[in-house]
Design a binder for this molecule. Structure first.
Ligand SMILES: [Zn+2]
Length: 76
């Protein structure tokens, strides 16, 4: 079985689409057996989604400086 360290390193550094079928099979087998890595992957995915939302917010143009501070801070 693939070691946990290799599983974590692979899912955090390599896009799934770039992996060979044998590598994806090894990941899937490990995921099936190891509850810790399943939990890590779920947390990692949630963190990625959270960062994606904030990244989009940071890329939006800054509000005009003359807009009241309360309005700027409470933007959705
Ligand atoms: Zn594991």
């Amino acid at each position: 079985m693939m070691p946990c360290r290799e599983f974590v390193e692979t899912i955090t550094t390599e896009p799934v689409g770039a992996l060979s079928w044998s590598r994806r099979l090894a990941l899937g087998s490990h995921r099936l057996i190891c509850h810790r890595c399943r939990a890590f992957e779920a947390n990692n995915r949630a963190l990625d989604n959270l960062l994606q939302v904030h990244r989009q917010r940071l890329e939006e143009p800054a509000p005009p400086a003359d807009e009241p501070l309360k309005t700027r801070v409470n933007r959705p």
